[in-house]
Design a protein around this ligand. Sequence first.
Ligand SMILES: [Zn+2]
Length: 182
Amino acid sequence: MPAQFPEYTNGAAPPPRMGELVLQSVATRVFDAKREVWNDAMTRGEMETATELAAHVATLCAQHDVRVEWIERSKRAWAIRKHRAVRIYPVINQKRYATALHEIGHIVGRRQSGRRIEQEWGAWEFALEASIVEFTPATYRMIHRALTSYILRYTHRKGAYLPPKGDPFWRFVEEIADRAAF
Ligand SMILES: [Zn+2]
């Protein structure tokens, strides 16, 4: 994740299951983040949007029976498919929302029984399809960075799988690059 966000300091115990009650606590975390981290830097509009995005993540997790562990930004977001569990950052902005959707996509999205790069592709496809907001170019740049980091790693790793030329995967990467407005 990019480094422009200050450390998230609210160390409240992570909720064991998402649901109505938790949906409320996720919304509350946005306001906690405002008070403790953002120091009133968020506008009312930004806060309302963040609350909506956080609520959507909570709803998706409840719908798909996905367990959530909240992490600080020094840690890495992660998904464990066989446990239907994700580790995500509290959703206080669109990039974190996209990241949360991506991790949920590793549980419920397409291509998850494919190769690692295909799993990444499928999880980002899910994020794009499930999102209730239009992603900004900055969010697309983050997605592009995430995808290209895998591509670069696998380009240099002997025996690692990358989709062949002409595979729809590359069209997907191009579309992300277009929307990132490079
Ligand atoms: Zn991933």
